[in-house]
Design a protein around this ligand. Structure first.
Ligand SMILES: NC(=O)c1ccc[n+]([C@@H]2O[C@H](COP(=O)([O-])OP(=O)(O)OC[C@H]3O[C@@H](n4cnc5c(N)ncnc54)[C@H](O)[C@@H]3O)[C@@H](O)[C@H]2O)c1
Length: 252
């Protein structure tokens, strides 16, 4: 049990990597706040955790809304007494739209979920973590699109680069006494539902994507196992890092 009695909040936890992380954390002893947009699907994940002997509550939260995110963090503290681990996982894609064709609406929607969301959640969580004797751990699920230019469209790539900057800023400031750690994961191609947010891929943006993919597509558990390591004391000296988990995609 690597997360015994820890309280973990996972956003975008009804599907894909978020669900895998929430369920793995619960199996490792964490009390989990399962946050996502839609209550019905949140309940499915909470029920599966409880049926396996774990502890979880569901929260409806649109991460692009500060008030929702603050309420999500407060639910963790009110229900379980603390917030020890925050996983900013919720994210959407942008149809690979290049800069000249990006509408204000697309830019604001993608940055709202992928960058403002993690910012709101880090701000709310840190207010508690700095006062906790045991500090806390933040994990931001970025992307290889946060490290390279052709692993998403311009809004997505910008949002994920921003999340990595947020990660390093938090690590460099709040991590100075060793009690708070903040790291990012940069997954490659993982088999989840995020493809459903690619509705009309832009041909220019699509053509710019790297066509030499990884040896295989990742499984959400490939990412969840890294998120478990980062949340646990095993990663006690890992702070401000970006852990690329892409099956060697970007090594080519
Ligand atoms: N799948 C990939 O290949 C891949 C690669 C690199 C990075 N990522 C990143 O991994 C993270 C998880 O994505 P996934 O692939 O598991 O996708 P997914 O679509 O399976 O899961 C994303 C979850 O986020 C939720 N969500 C979307 N907008 C939200 C909002 N405004 N508020 C709250 N929840 C919201 C969705 O309802 C969904 O449950 C994302 O940040 C994504 O950018 C994915």
């Amino acid at each position: 049990m690597k997360l015994q009695n820890k309280v973990a909040v996972v956003t975008g936890a009804r599907s894909g990597m978020g669900r895998a992380i929430a369920e793995l954390y619960a199996r490792e002893g964490a009390k989990v706040v399962v946050a996502d947009l839609n209550q019905a699907n949140i309940d499915t994940v909470v029920e599966s955790i409880v049926a396996s002997g774990g502890e979880a509550v569901g929260v409806t939260a649109n991460v692009a809304k500060d008030a929702d995110v603050t309420a999500m963090v407060e639910t963790a503290v009110r229900t379980f007494g603390s917030i020890d681990v925050l996983v900013n996982n919720a994210g959407i894609m942008d149809n690979f739209v290049p800069v000249a064709d990006v509408t204000d609406e697309l830019w604001e929607r993608v940055l709202g979920v992928n960058l403002y969301g993690p910012f709101y959640a880090c701000r709310a969580a840190l207010k508690h973590m700095v006062g906790q004797e045991s500090g806390g751990v933040i994990i931001n699920n970025a992307s290889v699109g946060g490290l390279f230019g052709a692993r998403g469209g311009s809004s997505y790539v910008t949002s994920k680069h921003g999340v990595i900057g947020l990660t390093k800023s938090i690590a460099a400031t709040y991590g100075r006494d060793g009690k708070i750690r903040c790291n990012a994961i940069a997954p490659g191609a993982v088999n989840t539902n995020i493809g459903s947010t690619i509705t009309a891929p832009h041909p220019l943006g699509l053509a710019a994507q790297n066509d030499t993919g990884p040896a295989r597509t990742g499984d959400p558990m490939d990412i969840a196992r890294v998120a478990l390591f980062l949340a646990s004391d095993d990663a006690g000296f890992v702070n401000g890092d970006v852990v690329k988990v892409d099956g060697g995609w970007t090594a080519r």
